[in-house]
Design a protein around this ligand. Structure first.
Ligand code: NDP
Ligand code: 8X3
Length: 259
């Protein structure tokens, strides 16, 4: 496939682990320059060193908590001061926190998910999108989820945030009608990353059980999908790309082999 990403500038949020880190590797392999944001700066530093050692690309890193609108603003200003344009914004930072019926839900978990998955995505988008509109080019790729199309038991607030991501993807797309700025979402099913460890507040054993008896998606599978969407010709827009493990047909329908 033609590589249209060489020399492009790609901003990825949540680049210190999972899909974001895998996206950084995949875009780097295509020769794209990177701006990587996350809270764990040490991880970003390591990734920058590794990728700059392998590829002739520029990599900027910034410690950004997307929940903090001032931090997002300062990071965006710093980016534009370096004369950086953003060709592709990957709104990936996000999490599930907890898995409980709504009547037992933890309010701190709810804050974390709503503030990160919905408000964080909005804060970043609000900083970056005006420059795309001004140039009449660019591509926003939101990482949604199958959890944004199907509710599952105890998923409640996480589901609501991913339904919101789906709504915001569609909203951005219609608000950008008539421009050449593209908007897409990549909506994965079950993928083994740090996601479940975070969801279960560090309980690694419980997290492992989520992937028992079937082959989950890998972070690389999802990064390949994001790169595919970003690499389509400028007159092609993938609206929504849904990918699941072959064993998964909905969030709750996962065929598990007995061990
Ligand atoms: P990981 O936990 O492996 O990675 C999450 C990334 O998001 C980390 O880099 C983390 O960095 C970053 N992040 C979390 N909170 C913040 C914050 N407040 N500010 C900045 N960065 C933040 O999970 P995944 O890679 O699996 O998840 C990435 C996205 O994909 C999420 O939006 C998730 O909802 C979605 N998703 C995941 C699926 C899965 O099964 N794994 C399936 C479908 C969608 P740091 O902690 O350093 O800030
Ligand atoms: C993550 C996938 O099904 O665990 O968005 O919610 S799921």
């Amino acid at each position: 496939m033609t590589n249209r990403l060489q020399g492009k500038h790609v901003l990825i949020t949540g680049a210190s682990a999972g899909f974001g880190e895998a996206c950084a590797r995949a875009f780097a392999a295509h020769g794209a320059h990177l701006e990587l944001w996350a809270r764990r700066l040490d991880r970003l530093r390591q990734l920058k060193t590794e990728l700059e050692g392998k590829y002739a690309i520029e990599i900027g890193i910034q410690k950004v908590d997307v929940r903090k609108r001032e931090q997002v603003h300062v990071a965006a200003v710093a980016l534009f001061e370096r004369d950086w344009r953003v060709d592709v914004l990957v709104n990936n930072a996000g999490l599930a926190s907890g898995l409980a019926p709504i009547y037992e839900g933890d309010l701190d978990d709810w804050d974390a998910m709503i503030d990160t998955n919905v408000k964080g995505l909005l804060f970043v988008t609000r900083e970056i999108l005006p420059s795309m509109v001004a140039r009449d080019s660019g591509h926003v790729i939101n990482v949604g989820s199958v959890a944004g199309s199907w509710i599952y038991p105890k998923g409640n607030v996480y589901n609501a945030t991913k339904f919101a991501v789906r709504a915001l993807t569609e909203a951005m797309s219609v608000d950008l009608f008539g421009t050449r700025v593209r908007v897409s979402s990549v909506d994965p099913g079950a993928a083994e990353t740090e996601f479940s460890v975070v969801r279960f507040h560090g309980d690694v054993e419980r997290a492992k059980k989520a992937y028992e008896g079937f082959q989950p998606l890998s972070a690389e599978d999802v990064a390949d999908a994001v790169v595919y969407v970003a690499n389509t010709p400028p007159d092609v827009m993938v609206t929504r790309l849904v990918l699941t493990p072959t064993a998964q047909r909905s969030p709750t329908m996962i065929h598990r082999k007995e061990s």
